[in-house]
Design a protein around this ligand. Structure first.
Ligand SMILES: Nc1ncnc2c1ncn2[C@@H]1O[C@H](COP(=O)(O)OP(=O)(O)OP(=O)(O)O)[C@@H](O)[C@H]1O
Ligand SMILES: [Mg+2]
Length: 171
């Protein structure tokens, strides 16, 4: 496939609908399907998916990725379908949205959360934690049963951020 736009066009012709778009990615699915296809030029996601798989967070705090194809222009991945971004859950999700700094609170509702935040930060995926990049899987009661960091970025100095935060807290 030549480029991202051609891929998106072809998938639309095959009945895939666009669920969301960001700076790098278009996420598409067939109506009712429980997986999505992520067509993206973001270089971090394949690395994050690999890390999540090997550290056993795929299908837990990270999305389950079933298939990954990489191209010159980016990648195409088949990923489990999640229900809603934190943006869309505003008012339903009863937790502060700055996950990094309120991890202990989150941990009470989602055991293992603090450890995940620590590990994912140490692994270097500490950027772009905005509420559009966190999603939930809803339980039968409609509330969040699982929270998932779908799409972090790397590159920034994770350790320095942590240090700054701790310093501020101690002050
Ligand atoms: N696994 C998923 N299941 C259902 N919808 C999804 C899934 N992953 C992403 N989406 C939807 O697609 C949108 C864009 O996805 P994503 O955040 O990966 O794109 P992006 O280009 O990296 O965005 P940005 O650069 O703004 O973070 C999300 O906001 C969400 O609405
Ligand atoms: Mg994103």
């Amino acid at each position: 496939m030549r480029d991202k736009y051609t891929v998106v066009q072809r998938l639309e012709q095959r009945g895939y609908e666009i669920l969301g778009k960001g700076a790098f990615s278009t996420v598409m699915a067939k109506p009712g399907a429980n997986t999505v296809i992520r067509v993206s030029s973001d270089a971090t996601f394949p690395v994050y998916a690999e890390w999540a798989h090997s550290s056993r967070y795929a299908g837990w705090f990270a999305p389950m990725v079933y298939e990954m194809h990489t191209y010159k222009w980016g990648h195409m991945a088949r990923v489990e379908r999640l229900d809603a971004t934190f943006h869309q859950m505003r008012g339903i999700l009863e937790l502060p949205l700055d996950a990094r700094y309120s991890a202990q609170q989150w941990n009470k509702q989602f055991p293992g959360f603090s450890e995940f935040v620590d590990k994912v930060t140490k692994a270097g995926f500490c950027g772009d934690w905005h509420p559009g990049n966190w999603m939930v899987m809803r339980g039968s009661d409609g509330r969040a049963a699982r929270v998932v960091l779908t799409d972090p970025q790397g590159g920034e100095s994770c350790e320095r951020r942590r240090w700054t935060y701790r310093t501020l807290r101690a002050a």
